[in-house]
Write a protein that binds this ligand. Structure first.
Ligand code: ZN
Length: 139
């Protein structure tokens, strides 16, 4: 079952330049930064009432974020829903006719399991499903 919006992913060319904007213009505090090697991105997180903003900067030319920036420029890249059953959620999406980018969840930022649904199937919105790994608590 989908439990909440976990985070919004925002593609940026430079996290170092983007973080101060969120900190000074909106008064948000950066909770941390992380590099996700599997996605070839650097991330910075902000908490907004339990929903995170996840700034994403590519670390390689073949990063999915590099391709997004080249095609669309900076902006909202994806919406992520938290679920307590990522495999069941993927099966439900596939059964509903949605094209899956990842048929199997993989390890994303903050040690969560994540999988993406294709934006062509979700009215242009790249959609991420994410779940805590079994045995880990929310933070
Ligand atoms: Zn995400």
């Amino acid at each position: 079952m989908i439990q909440s919006i976990d985070h919004l992913g925002i593609a940026v060319r430079s996290i170092d330049e983007a973080v101060p904007i969120y900190e000074t213009a909106l008064g948000l505090r950066c909770l941390g930064r992380e590099e996700v090697a599997s996605q070839r991105v650097k991330t910075a997180f902000f908490d907004v009432g339990g929903v995170h903003l996840e700034l994403l900067e590519p670390t390689a030319p073949d990063s999915p974020i590099a391709k997004f920036l080249a095609e669309k420029g900076e902006g909202i890249h994806h919406i992520a829903f938290r679920t307590d059953d990522i495999k069941g959620q993927l099966e439900q999406a596939a059964a509903g006719g949605v094209r899956l980018i990842n048929a199997e969840p993989f390890e994303g930022a903050a040690g969560k399991l994540v999988a993406f649904l294709h934006p062509k199937s979700t009215r242009g919105v790249l959609t991420e499903l994410c779940a805590l790994k079994p045995g880990e608590n929310a933070h």
